[in-house]
Design a protein around this ligand. Structure first.
Ligand code: ADP
Length: 303
């Protein structure tokens, strides 16, 4: 079983005819709204694959929060809502999608999990895999420091999203405590302070013996992904799809890695499955609209 701890957000999408430049602007050709947030997206992706994860998250005390909860309640997952601090609004993202398609996220921070929040720790650490996507690094450190009698035999998976915003040394100290690290090229570079994905990969591989990390998965958009263990590095090309909106591709990719780890897939098959999840996620507007069921994923992989 899998637990996912972290963010939920309400996403508003603006589809533009071109990317806006200062003083020039752009035309909005379509817009849409939908639930998002890395942790929630990963949990929904796993739910569609039939894993029934535990999602521990928080939403604000407002209409967006209610819509998120009603969306999440329709998925095959166990939802544990942590009450928001007083008068927190729901995390809100405005996502600009240009025709390439390329996307830019404007984030209005709202309710987020923080150190001291009442988390169902015992239930979380009964799970074999725990995906931690909390942006409060004190809470992340707390979860990583839990003693073995609270967090036995658990594999900790860390998306790099929030680690990439920390100063390098702090990011490194947190990163190496995760068994599995997953991120895109930019995040891998930011976490390691490198300017190329190959240098970032080398840095991450040098970190492995210093900590718990046994697998690094770097997604590269249309270029597929690189997966590395201490012994082996594989580069797996992406699938050809007609991408409409790349939002959530990285989250679907992360869910693919978790799902493949549960199935104990060898490295190259793991990369192929995660690429398939990412590719499928790009086929509709919104992070979750195009997430496949297990049958759809199988059909895509064998088709
Ligand atoms: P993020 O959303 O975090 O930036 P990426 O853009 O790297 O993540 O996408 C994650 C994965 O999704 C990629 O490794 C790739 O397999 C798949 N993917 C993303 N965009 C495309 C695309 N345009 N065509 C095919 N696959 C894609």
């Amino acid at each position: 079983s899998v637990a996912v701890i972290g963010s939920s957000s309400w996403d508003q999408f603006l589809i533009l005819d071109r990317f806006p430049r200062p003083g020039v602007g752009a035309v909005v050709t379509a817009c849409a709204e939908a639930g998002g947030g890395t942790a929630a997206n990963v949990a929904v992706a796993l739910a569609r694959l039939g894993v029934r994860p535990l999602l521990v998250t928080t939403v604000g005390d407002d209409a967006w929060g209610q819509r998120l909860v009603s969306e999440l309640s329709r998925e095959q997952l166990e939802l544990h809502l942590v009450p928001p601090r007083a008068q927190s609004s729901t995390d809100y993202c405005t996502i600009l999608v240009s025709p390439e398609p390329e996307r830019t996220i404007l984030w209005s921070p709202g309710a987020r999990l923080r150190l001291g929040d009442p988390l169902p720790l015992e239930r979380v650490f009964q799970c074999r895999v725990v995906v931690i996507d909390v942006e409060d690094d004190d809470l992340r450190q707390f979860l990583l420091d839990l003693p073995a009698h609270v967090a036995p035999r658990t594999r900790i998976v860390g998306p790099l999203t929030h680690l990439a915003t920390l100063p390098c040394e702090r990011a490194r100290r947190l990163a190496i405590q995760h068994d599995v690290l997953i991120g895109n090229e930019d995040e891998a570079c930011a976490v390691t302070g490198c300017t190329s994905v190959d240098a970032a990969l080398e840095a991450l591989r040098r970190w492995m013996p210093l900590g718990a990390t046994r697998l690094v998965a770097i997604s590269r958009g249309r270029d597929g992904c690189i997966l590395a263990t201490m012994r082996e590095t594989v580069r797996v090309p992406a699938f050809e799809v007609r991408a409409i909106d790349p939002t959530g591709a990285g989250d679907a990719f992360a869910a693919g890695i978790v799902y493949g780890l549960l199935r104990r897939l060898p490295l190259s098959e793991l990369g192929r499955l995660a690429n398939a999840m990412g590719a499928l996620a790009t086929r509709a507007l919104g992070a979750r609209a195009a997430l496949p069921t297990r049958d759809e994923l199988e059909a895509f992989l064998s088709g």
